[in-house]
Design a protein around this ligand. Sequence first.
Ligand code: SF4
Length: 374
Amino acid sequence: MFYCLGVSLLQVNEEKKYREITYDYTMKAAKMLTKVNKKIADTLNFFSKLSIRKLLNYFKLLAGYCVSILSGKVIFQALPAVLSIEPTTKCNLKCPECPGGLQQFTRKTGNMDFKFYKSIIDQSYKDLIYLMLYFQGEPFLHPDFFEMVKYAHKRKIYTTTSTNAHFLDKENAKKVVESGLDRIIISIDGTTQESYEKYRIGGKLEKVVDGTKNLINARNKFGSNKPYIIYQFVVFKSNEYEINALNKLAKEIGVDDVKIKTAQFYNLHWSNELIPTRRKFLRYKKEDGNYYLKGKLPNKCWRSWHSSVITIDGKIVPCCFDKDAKHELGDLKTDSMKKIVKGKSIKEFKNSILKNRKKFDICRNCIEGIRVFR
Ligand code: SF4
């Protein structure tokens, strides 16, 4: 009898173990499927916002780029397919390699006027494929941020933003989902408060994690796939051994994607304590005690060709590396987008890149053509 009881208990245990294993695998498969589904949903959402006109403009940009590279000079141009619009230059944090947060640039601190923003969208939306509502500053500090997203959403533009996630309380998380935002990049540069605040000075990791959870809860409540949530992790010496912990955290919370990015440094001196020790997480190489960008700097730049960055006061600059707007290519307060795109300044800038990209300070410390995501 005892023998029979023992055998049955063993069988029950085996069955329990089997059920647990099956449950684990099912959960893993379900999570993977959800992740794949979210990616597919995001891609479909992106394509649903395209139009024949947008595609034609894009191919015009591409053709102009190829012909110009072959001929060595700008032949023809088109309207930008991608815009980065700066809602604000204000920021709640003081990250050491960010001239915006440290207010180290000469530009004023303030917000973009909402009416002015609408006028930019009105003259661009028919050709615009992708809108990034960020440049310098924390976008959520703009009082009309959600209205800005809604306006772009109404105009069928795929809209994305990047945030330090310190303002994603339950109310704002709900507003994000309601606004129709398509994608959100959340900066999380550490998995412990100690490593996180080494770079995100003044920041609280707990707020980032809670904010992400609020956003996922709001998304689930609305039964929406949007926004697609990405954790962006910039690698510094303080966090270079936390990649596995980050992936684990992102998985636990239910973040859709994780991007590991190498950092851009302005202070490239060996004494800079933020520079990672592992070479694969550094976009620079060390030679004769100095740091240089890895890879060659080709005399071409697709990024500044197909996209433009607009500052809070309407200045058009070539790309996000021009944080202080030193290379102004036009002013939307005085001219239309069409006029600026066909204007002399943009043409001259592009011609100079085709001849010698190294001529520009920003282009010498730029990742265009170099792999930065690991
Ligand atoms: S810094 Fe220069 S090369 Fe780099 S994206 Fe901007 S314009 Fe292009």
